[in-house]
Design a protein around this ligand. Structure first.
Ligand SMILES: [Zn+2]
Length: 147
């Protein structure tokens, strides 16, 4: 995929926006941005959110797991989204276990916020001319908790 992204972007005009459909995990976005992709769309943050899988820069967190039953921390302590500011892992887990639709909404909101934070970071790094360093640091972080 990375080789094809690089090949395809190399064949397109620099001034034209490059769109990639169906990608992907945060590390895939970072690597495809490095190869010239400008825009993505993917079901991963919303589909996984609906199923109670929360995506963070530290990896994935399956909120229905029993280990979160009494966890009063937010999904991601580094996140400033509405879900993380207002709700604990324990409460969201309770919502998931009770089949409350609010759980899907809260997890989806958090996941979209995480992706937005990621691409905002990439954009700022590109504008500031420090994308290579940002890419290395971000990929190092993502290598820990993701499969
Ligand atoms: Zn959040």
């Amino acid at each position: 995929m990375y080789d094809m992204a690089e090949l395809s972007c190399g064949l397109m005009l620099d001034e034209k926006a490059k769109y990639m459909m169906g990608v992907g995990k945060p590390q895939d976005l970072v690597e495809c941005i490095a190869r010239g992709v400008d825009m993505f769309d993917c079901v991963l943050p919303t589909r996984n959110g609906r199923n109670g899988q929360c995506l963070t820069m530290q990896g994935t967190l399956t909120i229905r797991n029993a280990r979160y039953a009494k966890d009063l921390r937010p999904i991601d302590e580094e996140c400033g989204c509405y879900t993380c500011r207002k709700y604990t892992r324990a409460y969201i887990r309770h919502l998931v276990k009770s089949n409350e639709m609010l759980a899907a909404r809260l997890c989806t909101y958090h996941n979209l916020w995480t992706y937005l934070r990621l691409v905002k970071g990439a954009r700022a790094a590109i504008i500031d001319g420090r994308f290579a360093a940002w890419r290395r640091a971000t990929m190092d972080r993502l290598a820990i908790g993701w499969d």
